[in-house]
Design a protein around this ligand. Structure first.
Ligand SMILES: Nc1ncnc2c1ncn2[C@@H]1O[C@H](COP(=O)(O)OP(=O)(O)O)[C@@H](O)[C@H]1O
Ligand SMILES: CC(=O)N[C@@H](CCC(=O)OP(=O)(O)O)C(=O)O
Length: 302
């Protein structure tokens, strides 16, 4: 069993002890509402890199766990894979937001996601409390995958998530940190878009919330203009905005996954700005609406 950490002792990076105590008191109703529930947080590669933000994310994760919420981290690392491919002088190409993955590119993706990005996240969480465990979707049959399209090479679609290893870790209060390489069970690995893998994990765990942390304030009607943030995005409007090209590039798999998640019984799905310190705590433990919440219907302000 991972050692329990009393919530009042969890350092919230950049926050002093007195403020921390008042944060916890104000958060109490939310803590009670979410206690024992699972929250899947997808950390996008474009929201990583700043050490202060990494520290803030890590302390949020440890605090959530300390108050009895069950965080599960699924991480991307697209830009980091891209940097490594560039250093190796290897060309890379995206089609519809997916990286064409030949055998050499797959090796690099596996190395960067499992060997560097996952390890960095685990290391920053474990500075607060030794609770994080890095896993690849290849471990213990976690993510079963199949080839998406021969033209994309070793790009996989998730066919099944075996939650056994996650249940084992969560029952003992560990925090799984998952990199999204899947396996066909016969020794072939596949590179899976982390947004789609996150929804499969959230669905399999019956998660209360699926949170995407990225590098924009949420879904915007005009990229680059934060005043065009859509706070509540209904499934039907999301489809229209994708068809109209307003939602494009890397935002498409996120919104499609969020739409699928709310349709499949995940409590709610959110796209949040991973560049805001403690954005996960703001979303979960305060009544401040941050980012975009994808909802089944068009109720409330959009
Ligand atoms: N309508 C939109 N609202 C917000 N971002 C959008 C939209 N359409 C496209 N994007 C792009 O999606 C990007 C986020 O996706 P991506 O780069 O894949 O991030 P991550 O690494 O977090 O998965 C944003 O940086 C933005 O350029
Ligand atoms: C098939 C495919 O495109 N896989 C992605 C996996 C990483 C990822 O999804 O990272 P982000 O969440 O940071 O974008 C890739 O190779 O970039």
């Amino acid at each position: 069993m991972a050692a329990p950490v009393p919530p009042e002792q969890v350092e919230i990076s950049g926050v002093d002890a007195a403020t921390r105590a008042s944060v916890l008191v104000e958060a109490l109703p939310y803590i009670q509402a979410f206690a024992g529930r699972t929250v899947v947080i997808k950390l996008g590669g474009s929201a990583m890199g700043d050490p202060d933000l990494a520290a803030s994310f890590a302390s949020d994760v440890v605090l959530l766990r300390a108050v009895g919420i069950r965080p599960v981290v699924v991480h991307g690392g697209g830009p980091q894979i891209g940097e490594m491919l560039a250093r190796l002088d290897m060309e890379t190409e995206f089609r519809d937001g997916l990286r064409v993955t030949d055998a050499e590119t797959l090796d690099v993706a596996r190395m960067v996601l499992g060997g560097r990005v996952g390890r960095d996240i685990v290391s920053s969480i474990n500075r607060h409390a030794p609770v994080a465990v890095a896993l690849s979707g290849e471990d213990a049959g976690l993510i079963a995958a199949t080839q998406r399209d021969p033209d994309l090479g070793f790009v996989g679609d998730v066919v099944d998530v075996d939650r056994t290893i996650l249940d084992t870790l969560l029952a003992r209060s560990f925090v799984p940190v998952i990199s999204t390489i899947g396996s066909d069970g016969r020794g072939q690995a596949y590179n899976i878009n982390a947004d789609s893998a996150a929804i499969a994990v959230a669905q399999s765990l019956g998660a209360e919330k699926l949170i995407y942390l990225t590098d924009v304030p949420g879904v915007l009607t005009k990229v680059g203009d934060p005043s065009t943030l859509i706070s509540r995005l209904s499934v039907s409007r999301a489809r229209l905005l994708i068809d109209d090209g307003v939602i494009a590039g890397g935002m498409i798999p996120k919104v499609e996954a969020a739409v699928e998640a709310v349709g499949a019984g995940v409590g709610s799905a959110h796209v949040l700005d991973g560049r805001i310190a403690h954005v996960v705590l703001l979303e979960l433990l305060t009544d401040e609406g941050v980012g975009t919440m994808v909802t089944r219907t068009a109720e409330g302000p959009t």
